[in-house]
Design a protein around this ligand. Structure first.
Ligand SMILES: [Zn+2]
Length: 506
């Protein structure tokens, strides 16, 4: 009996073990299948842009076409789509100035100059589609679809366009040293459920951009005397008589940008599997120094936030009116910077590869989300790389003094000062008001958040935030919820009091 019983138990146990094993295997198989299908769906669900472009250096015109495959991942049915036409911000008579008044001299080195974008046709399967250039300032292209586009359906259409570059040291334009192609093509406006298409106008404050992560295939022809630095990976290049055609693939990137120059000198390194290229000007004596800073930034942020997911990062010296500018896989570093400012700008722009590039946000409405965090990440870099000799506590003190001075001076001049952070770019009356409330106060807020939660929870929260919102766009509410979830602290009132301007500094 005992034996039998034992045997019986043994059989039962064995059966249970087999059943449990089968169940376990089944669960694993289902999880793997779900993961695979999720990955597949995510890949399938990306919008793609296939561009064929040619740049004529004599006329300063970039012409070509883009084939857009758009997948409706929203809850609504569409009969039309909107795309941004950012180059029209450079045209004569544009509503908003391109940069603050204080930078006009550095903007136009050869006198005032204009550019624009012209759309000549839009087609779908060989049929012409109705389109219209509209928006508050000719900043939007409306494309009427041939039929209703329901959720989960997709459509492919092509746009023929040409961009005339202004002679200007800006994101888009040709200067004395480089030709910059930032925000040059029609890019789909983000559609927010319950809100609609986000068609915000260009603004001189901040980086007035907002887009979804997409896949890019670009064939770019340019004069052979130039060297190319671009988003994505250059897969191959064909040399013609006086021209080069580069074939570029950019996967999971939220924008595509490139820079040409006939005076580039390039140095390269590898950091954790990412090729990092620094493009300086021929004869520069700081190529290796700047490359090292870029390497250290990439390495530091890989450790602090999570791995950079791309194979290439280009750090590019350009004629650019501001300190720097971030694009996926490519950052501008202004050629007007002094050597002591270069390291800071390289680090700040590389931080944007995490905060803007991988984790995106509406930069028009919530600029503090990426700028504040990029600024605080720069401080974290110096804290982790003490050889730069930056005193991080002094950096915070200086930010605090700067912010208090701003509040005092603005208060005395205007009677009152708006100290809220979370508002559209157009709501900031001046550039100092924007910079102080977005960068300076952003840095102070993240420092305060870290001191309140403690290092362990703060860095865990940053890592989770990066992982959970990889390739997505995040809202302030999602950012707050993510930090509450990771730290276990109810930070809603704390963060909102910073954003609403209720935090008062003594
Ligand atoms: Zn920035």
């Amino acid at each position: 009996m005992k034996k039998l019983k034992l045997k019986k138990i043994s059989i039962n146990k064995k059966t249970k073990i087999i059943a449990l094993s089968l169940l376990f295997a089944l669960v694993i198989a289902i999880v793997v299948m779900l993961c695979l299908s999720a990955t597949k769906d995510e890949d399938k669900a990306r919008t793609s842009y296939k561009m064929t472009l040619a740049y004529d250096a004599q006329t300063h015109v970039l012409s070509g076409s883009e084939e857009v495959t758009y997948i409706n991942n929203n809850e609504n049915m569409f009969t039309y789509l909107y795309l941004h036409l950012y180059p029209n911000a450079f045209r004569e008579g544009a509503k908003n100035s391109l940069a603050s008044v204080s930078t006009q001299d550095e903007l136009y080195v050869n006198g005032v100059s204009y550019g624009n974008i012209t759309v000549s046709s839009v087609e779908c399967e060989g049929e012409a589609l109705e389109f219209n250039v509209e928006g508050e300032d000719e900043n939007i292209l409306r494309v009427d679809l041939p039929c209703e586009l329901y959720p989960d359906e997709q459509i492919t259409f092509s746009i023929d366009f040409s961009v005339t570059l202004a002679n200007i040291n800006h994101r888009l334009g040709y200067g004395n040293n480089t030709i910059n192609f930032g925000n040059f093509y029609p890019i789909l406006c983000v559609y927010e459920d319950g809100v609609g298409f986000k068609t915000d106008l260009y603004h001189s404050n901040g980086d007035p951009f907002y887009s979804e992560v997409a896949n890019y295939e670009v064939s770019l022809t340019y004069p052979s005397e130039y060297t190319l630095a671009s988003s994505g990976n250059v897969l191959s290049s064909q040399e013609g008589e006086d021209i080069v055609t580069a074939n570029i693939l950019g996967e999971n990137i939220r924008d595509f940008c490139f820079v040409l120059s006939d005076i580039f000198e390039e140095v390269c390194a590898n950091v954790d599997g990412t090729q990092i290229n620094y493009y300086g000007y021929r004869g520069d004596n700081n190529l290796q120094t700047n490359l090292s800073t870029a390497q250290e930034a990439l390495s530091t942020f890989n450790d602090l936030f999570g791995r950079y997911p791309y194979e290439v990062l280009n750090v590019v010296k350009t004629n650019f009116v501001h300190g720097g500018m971030e694009y996926p896989n490519l950052v501008y570093i202004s050629d007007s910077l002094s050597q002591e400012d270069i390291a800071y700008v390289i680090v700040h722009e590389i931080a944007h590869q995490w905060w803007y590039g991988v984790v995106g946000n509406d930069e028009n409405s919530h600029a503090w989300l990426d700028e504040g965090l990029a600024e605080y990440s720069t401080l974290l870099f110096f804290e982790n790389n003490t050889k730069y000799g930056v005193d991080c506590e002094a950096m915070i003190d200086s930010a605090l003094t700067s912010y208090k001075t701003f509040v005092r001076v603005y208060g005395s001049v205007n009677g009152e000062v708006d100290t809220s952070m979370d508002r559209p770019l157009s709501d900031f009356a001046t550039e100092p008001e924007y910079v102080q409330n977005t960068y300076t106060k952003g840095l102070l807020m993240f420092d305060s958040l870290r001191k309140s939660t403690g290092d362990r929870k703060f860095f865990k929260a940053l890592k989770n935030y990066y992982k959970d919102f990889c390739y997505k766009n995040v809202t302030p509410a999602e950012f707050i919820a993510s930090f509450i979830d990771s730290t276990g602290y109810n930070l809603e009132n704390f963060i909102n009091s910073w954003l609403n301007g209720e935090v008062v500094f003594q």
